[in-house]
Ligand binder design. Structure first.
Ligand code: SRM
Ligand code: SF4
Length: 565
């Protein structure tokens, strides 16, 4: 008999929900502008988060709004689909569209009365929000390279296959969002007992689960940060197999000392024929043994930490019904952000445009949203979203290259070639005003810090240095700050923990350099380290590698000396 455990409240909500229905049907049509506790948890599996406008707090009651996330494997979509989301953000959102750090799209500021229409229209454009959030497999990331190669096509096909294979099979999504309540269609059917989730079962996974695929040459999807990462090994233009990494994850809860960021560990080598079964076995082991009592310790990385990799591997083999082959020595060697012009190899080209912190919006100075809209309407390119919250326009004919650049210039958009390396390689999470977990500013704070940093780097003649700066408004790690060259993690209001020593390649965690750094002093604290870097870097050494080599104490001592000469 299994040991009695006290399940977390979310487990009870899932258990009693009849496959993700719960009270959503009734609450969707009630007069409130918000959902109750249980529905809030279940709604995530449908791709919707209940939030409130934190800028408006204290003005009498909470201003409830919803974030709606579309799940887009590998970030691949069409111009028409992007235009549909831009239309939606203007009609029923907050007039901005957010590209996420997992190659997906988010609408913010949707009112409850518009939620049904919103999800329905997203589905009409052949995208889905099902499983974009919640305790299931999230958006499958895949290198968005526009290269017209068989290897690229194969990893794209695999990302689609995984997304399809691990999508929830409940009919609740269709019943709730894809029928028209006004037409009298049977909307709120309720889950019959015969409905089954073949992979997840009734209570889905203990926690979110993330998968990403890369090639050794290009780790732009940060393969070491996923619950399950795949490095596609190829020879002579064909994929021969995958190195399977498990147990990566970034989220930390500082008050819980048992939580930590972790890099994925190499579990096995899987052939293309085997790989979906291996993924299924890993997911099922996490389903059956992941922690369902404490959500802070429920990610796969904690199960692997508790058991050790050999015991975990043995259990996966048991579920798979076959031994796993040892991983090969193949590993990641490069990282391409895909910005600027890139030849596809078929006579066409792709243009990667940096979208600062993924926010597609118009301001007085910059009509970014209008420029993207116009490119989609006039040139109808393919669209790929990158894991750095940016966008690629693909399949551009040679005669349209100038046109594309002209549209960008017309609306004040800086071309990728003219953006500083510091800004180009930076990311910030959403944080204020929509994220309920934010404790410090992020998306609204980083651009100003980069302005200051650009000036420092220019003074030191280091403007072309490539290093990642990733900022989050809390320790949850939504833009993967714990393996970046510089991580800035919100710890309290306007206070950040500064992490140093990660690297572009993503296969090394960084260390805490300073805690509780006031936002206004972060760049001043980093400036002496760039001076030191300039003086003592080794040939070709990156900023992250330099910080890693010197270590915290040495860096602090140098900075201290500069401050008190
Ligand atoms: Fe995240 C929760 C935004 C990628 C780790 N994340 C949240 C929520 C939903 C806040 C909430 O639970 O109430 C944020 C919504 C903010 C808003 O207003 O939109 C949020 N996460 C994001 C996005 C939009 C950040 C961005 O600026 O791009 C990313 C959406 C990705 C997507 O399309 O699916 C996003 N989140 C990530 C990543 C990076 C990744 O997946 O590559 C991580 C770290 C990797 C990982 O999972 O370990 C991440 N988000 C978290 C966590 C911590 C999980 C943990 O294991 O501790 C939370 C909090 C939670 O789950 O309890 C969280
Ligand atoms: Fe919100 Fe924290 Fe994620 Fe930023 S890192 S989006 S503040 S949960």
């Amino acid at each position: 008999m299994s040991e009695e455990i006290k399940l977390s409240p979310v487990e009870h909500f899932k258990q009693g929900s009849q496959h993700l229905r719960g009270d959503i049907p009734a609450e969707l049509v009630d007069e409130n502008n918000f959902f109750g506790k249980g529905s809030v948890q279940l709604l995530k599996h449908h791709g919707a988060y209940q939030q409130d406008n934190r800028d408006a707090r204290g003005q009498g009651g909470k201003a409830y709004i919803f974030m709606v996330r579309s799940k887009i494997p590998g970030g691949r979509l069409t111009s028409e689909q992007l235009l549909a989301q831009l239309d939606l953000c203007e009609a029923i959102g907050n007039a901005t569209l957010r590209i996420t750090s997992r190659q997906a799209l988010q609408l913010h500021g949707v009112l409850k009365e518009n939620l049904h229409q919103c999800i329905r229209l997203i589905n009409q454009s052949q995208l889905t929000t099902l499983g974009a959030c919640g305790d299931i497999n999230r958006n499958v990331m895949c290198c968005p390279s526009p290269a017209n190669s068989e290897v690229q096509r194969e990893i794209e096909r695999l990302s689609d296959a995984i997304a399809e294979h691990l999508a929830p099979k409940t009919r609740a999504y269709h019943e709730l969002w894809l029928t028209d309540p006004a037409s009298g269609e049977k909307q709120l059917a309720g889950g019959g007992e015969e409905e089954v989730e073949p992979i997840y079962g009734k209570t889905y996974l203990p926690r979110k689960f993330k998968i990403g695929i890369c090639t050794p040459e290009d780790n732009c999807i940060d393969v070491y940060t996923h619950d399950l990462g795949l490095i596609a090994i190829h020879q002579a233009g064909r994929i021969t197999g995958y190195n399977v990494l498990v147990g990566g994850g970034q989220g930390v809860t500082p008050v819980n000392k048992n939580t930590f960021p972790a890099l994925g560990q190499k579990l096995a080598y899987a052939t293309p024929e085997q790989v979906l079964d291996v993924i299924t076995a890993v997911v099922q082991v996490q389903r059956d043994f992941g922690n369902r009592a404490n959500r802070k310790l429920a990610r796969l990385k904690y199960l692997i930490h508790a058991w050790g990799l050999p015991a975990f591997k043995a259990k996966v083999e048991e579920y798979l019904g076959a031994p796993l082959a040892a991983p090969t020595a193949d590993d990641v060697q490069g990282f391409n952000d895909h910005l600027g012009w890139e030849e596809q190899g078929d006579g066409l080209a792709a243009y990667g445009l940096n979208i600062e912190n993924g926010r597609l919006q118009n301001t007085d100075a910059l009509q970014l949203k209008t420029a993207v809209r116009q490119i989609c309407e006039e040139l109808k390119p393919g669209i790929r979203l990158t894991s750095h919250q940016s966008i690629l326009f693909t399949d551009i004919a040679p005669e349209n290259r100038d046109k594309l650049e002209a549209v960008l210039r017309r609306y004040g958009v800086t071309l990728s070639a003219d953006i500083s390396a510091a800004r180009r390689w930076s990311m910030a999470c959403v944080a204020w005003p929509t994220c309920g977990l934010a404790i410090a500013e992020s998306e609204r704070a980083l651009p100003g810090m980069i302005d200051q940093l650009e000036a420092e780097l220019e003074r030191l003649d280091l403007s072309n240095e490539r290093f990642t700066i990733r900022m989050t408004g809390c320790p949850n790690g939504c833009v993967r700050p714990y393996n970046s060259d510089i991580g800035l993690v919100g710890k309290a209001k306007d206070k950040y923990t500064i992490y140093l020593g990660g690297r572009l390649l993503g296969n090394r965690l960084n260390f805490v350099y300073k805690d509780m750094a006031p936002g206004g002093e972060v760049v001043a604290m980093l400036a002496p380290l760039f001076t030191y870097f300039k003086q003592q870097r080794e040939d070709g050494e990156s900023f992250g590698d330099f910080c890693h080599r010197k270590g915290k104490d040495d860096l602090l001592a140098f900075a201290e000396n500069v401050a008190t000469p």
